[in-house]
Ligand binder design. Structure first.
Ligand SMILES: Cc1cc2nc3c(=O)[nH]c(=O)nc-3n(C[C@H](O)[C@H](O)[C@H](O)COP(=O)(O)OP(=O)(O)OC[C@H]3O[C@@H](n4cnc5c(N)ncnc54)[C@H](O)[C@@H]3O)c2cc1C
Length: 486
């Protein structure tokens, strides 16, 4: 059976953002560019999904099952050529100038094709999220310039974000659980910087990364939260190594590595957050990325349902199509309804990121004016990096960023993000399981990809904080204060 024959979902040839989210029509009247660009991003995601990702989904799953270090560099080059990794970079610097809304419209399609491949190339942007959360101008400018250069040269530039340790998963990312954290890695102050020793594990793209952002404790005598800092270093630094790659149940195309730090030296200039502020850094990133993982769950659920609809419209039972059965239509409608409701919340989150979180920075007057006035040659130059290094500018920009994204804003997004992460990944689990009930054993055949989506869904309930930990986080944020628990 050739699975994708209906012009539906990933295979529709028109954007359906406004059909799915009719309230955006009001916004389109007022901000036509904002909505039209999101529609274009959706179609770009759909085209890439059909032309680049879908033909590779099972091939990569199989190859990475045999060899978890396998990378399809040809696929990478094609994604890079189409600017799938630099969409968010301002247009004047060589990107597509995407807002959070555009990014979400694009990633929904990519995740619906394959969350494993998408997480491999998109979670690379964790490094960029880490930099923008810090908003140290010289770092942000250098990372943006390097990403654009790599894109133009067709080369990879990867970042990993490492918080999980062999002795601390939930404990390393939840402020309450952290009280019990027993670190497996420490950074010791030495002249001019820190020496890091210890281990991290389950780190996405840890083996492919050119740079690592790591949250690490500095003082074994104090509670972890009081001494955790954020460190940034190139993986060429002496003492850094990859211990192993994990064999996982899903997300096989995305590498997950255990890392070893053996006297890794990080100069003071690359300490992004001083000891004691590492948890804040983690929370702010999670306040963005949990929403992204909610969208991943939505895409995963959509991918499962769309394959099921395609399958059921071709499979014959009792002399008619499986999809003509009333019980199948009711089950599909039930799943569609959950997807529709969750999608509305995901895009609400994206628009809120544009208005209130880091994405709003580039829309504010100083950044917007700089992007408008400065010529492209200067924006891509080392002189701009040198200028951005000046301590007064660094301080002013950092203050500006923290005035826009306050601690309250960050915690608000963390709880919204937790709700999305749990709702999205649980929905992916439910839908990917339910479609297998509909298609039966034939639909479970590896070649249709639905069984793979089920495995992918399971893995996504665990990272970015387990869904249990996210539920507790959500409860504490929304109800804790009311009942006097935090
Ligand atoms: C595919 C994949 C990719 C990943 N990528 C990254 C990455 O790039 N960077 C990174 O740093 N990490 C990454 N992780 C790690 C991930 O963030 C952790 O697995 C996650 O935080 C859970 O930690 P743990 O596995 O150690 O489980 P534990 O924290 O040991 O939890 C085990 C069980 O106990 C429960 N539990 C623990 N503490 C509490 C508590 N206080 N309250 C209630 N329940 C609790 C959990 O919910 C869970 O059910 C990745 C994981 C996977 C599977």
């Amino acid at each position: 059976m050739d699975l994708f024959t209906l012009k539906y979902g990933l295979f529709s040839d028109k954007p359906d953002l406004l059909h799915n989210l009719p309230s955006l029509q009001k916004m389109k009247d007022r901000f036509p560019r904002y909505i039209k660009r999101a529609e274009r991003a959706q179609m770009m995601g759909r085209t890439i999904a059909r032309e680049v990702l879908l033909p590779k989904v099972l091939e990569l799953d199989t190859k990475c099952q045999k060899d978890p270090s396998y990378v399809d560099w040809e696929l990478f080059k094609e994604l890079n050529r189409r600017k799938a990794l630099t969409g968010f970079v301002p247009e004047k610097m060589g990107g597509l100038g995407w807002s959070a809304l555009d990014c979400f419209a694009f990633i929904e399609e990519s995740f619906a094709a394959c969350v494993g491949i998408s997480a491999w190339y998109l979670f690379n942007l964790f490094g960029v999220a880490c930099a923008f959360v810090e908003f140290k101008p010289e770092i942000c400018i250098k990372i943006l310039q390097d990403m654009v250069k790599a894109q133009r040269e067709g080369k990879p530039l990867s970042f990993a974000w490492s918080i999980t340790e062999p002795s601390a998963g939930t404990d390393a990312e939840d402020p309450l659980a952290m009280a019990k954290m027993k670190p497996s890695a420490y950074a010791k102050k030495v002249s001019g910087g820190y020496l890091i020793n210890g281990r991290k594990q389950f780190i996405t793209n840890g083996d492919l990364a050119h740079f690592v952002v790591a949250t690490i404790c500095t003082d074994p005598t104090r509670p972890a939260v009081e001494s955790m800092g954020t460190f940034y270093f190139p993986t060429t630094t002496k003492g850094f190594s990859v211990e192993r790659l994990e064999h996982k149940c899903g997300h096989k195309a995305k590498h997950t590595a255990a890392l070893v730090f053996d006297d890794v030296f990080v100069p003071d200039a690359d300490v992004w957050e001083e000891p004691g502020r590492g948890m804040r850094h983690t929370r702010e990133i999670l306040s963005i990325t949990r929403g992204v993982v909610g969208m991943l769950g939505l895409g995963n659920a959509r991918g499962a349902l769309e394959r099921c609809i395609q399958f059921a419209s071709q499979k014959k039972v009792n002399g008619h199509r499986l999809i003509d059965e009333n019980w199948v239509q009711i089950a599909i409608a039930d799943m569609l309804k959950d997807i529709m409701i969750l999608r509305a919340k995901c895009y609400d989150f994206a628009i809120a990121l544009d208005k209130l979180h880091v994405f709003c920075i580039l829309e504010n007057i100083p950044a917007k004016a700089a992007l408008k006035v400065l010529p492209e040659s200067l924006l891509m130059s080392e002189s701009l990096q040198a200028l951005a290094k000046s301590p007064w500018l660094s301080k002013a920009v950092s203050r500006f960023k923290h005035s826009l994204v306050t601690d309250e804003t960050m915690e608000y997004f963390a709880s919204q993000g937790s709700a999305l992460k749990v709702a999205g990944t649980d929905l992916a689990m439910n839908v990917s399981s339910r479609v297998l009930d509909i298609t039966g054993i034939e639909g479970m055949a590896y070649r249709y990809g639905m069984e793979k989506i089920y495995r992918d869904a399971k893995a996504s309930q665990i990272y970015e904080g387990t869904n249990q930990a996210n539920r507790i986080d959500l409860f504490m944020q929304e109800i804790g204060e009311v009942i006097g628990s935090c």
